[in-house]
Design a protein around this ligand. Structure first.
Ligand SMILES: [Mg+2]
Length: 259
């Protein structure tokens, strides 16, 4: 494995949870990796499937953990969803079950909120999920609104526990409306392509770094970007035999990347 080729790349698209931090704990080597990105003038983007937080909130989170990067270095499934929907239906409308990160991203692309006859029902992680909202979403989808999930993740890891995430929250709406949702976040390569566009970096000159085979690595492969699996998150070396594809590089953590 020749890390020199990886180190020479100009653009890095990095997942965050399991790569930079675990919940509220910084992972070993993460700080050195981000310092290296900055010192080497690399282009980099932190990509997360979470739709809950805005880039500014993510910046504040990394600040608290001791890593300083501008808010423009973050790209979320909320931003990808908003940009995808705006390209499909400029100035469209949506009924949203989700948090501020998702709602604000939609507003910023020119969408309006509509509880009566929206173009889309958009679902992201939410703590204010209710029977009433499911009921409304089902009615709107049955009346013709398109059903969109910000990401397909079934669970979020909260320390040792698992919390239901977007995929689990949208399932009752899919079942009761008889409609399958379209999911924008990883592993949909849309998210990776948007990220690469933002980086303004050639495909050959970009690498994706992540801890999940079924989202990060497969999205990189579908986008034809070199993939780096770090074993600091959910995937262990033994898990690799269950996948038909493999990453280009396997590292214990991002701390292995700087020289
Ligand atoms: Mg991850």
């Amino acid at each position: 494995m020749n890390l020199d080729l990886l180190r020479k790349k100009q653009g890095f698209i990095c997942d965050m949870d399991g790569v930079i931090y675990h919940g509220d704990h910084l992972l070993p080597g993460a700080q050195a990796f981000v310092e290296w990105l900055k010192e080497e003038n690399k282009k980099f983007l932190f990509l997360t499937n979470s739709s809950e937080k805005s880039p500014r909130e993510l910046k504040e989170k990394l600040d608290r953990l001791g890593i300083q990067v501008e808010a423009t270095h973050f790209y979320t499934s909320a931003l990808a969803t908003a940009s995808f929907l705006a390209s499909q239906r400029p100035n469209g409308s949506a009924y949203v079950i989700g948090e501020a990160g998702l709602i604000n991203a939609l507003y910023e692309t020119g969408f309006s909120m509509n509880e009566v006859n929206p173009d889309y029902v958009v679902v992201g992680e939410s703590r204010s999920y209710s029977y009433e909202k499911i009921e409304r979403a089902v009615r709107l989808v049955r009346n013709g609104a398109k059903l969109i999930g910000a990401n397909p993740d079934l669970t979020d890891k909260l320390g040792r526990d698992f919390a239901p995430a977007t995929g689990a929250l949208i399932a009752p709406i899919e079942l009761a409306s008889g409609t399958k949702a379209y999911f924008v976040g990883k592993p949909n390569p849309i998210m990776m392509r948007h990220g690469r566009k933002l980086l303004a970096c050639e495909r050959e000159d970009t690498a994706i770094v992540g801890d999940r085979m079924d989202t990060d690595i497969i999205a990189g492969i579908h986008s034809d970007i070199d993939t780096v699996l770090v074993l600091s998150g959910v995937t262990s070396k033994e898990d690799l035999k269950h996948f038909a594809y493999h990453p280009r590089y396997i590292l214990s953590g991002v701390g292995d990347i700087p020289e």
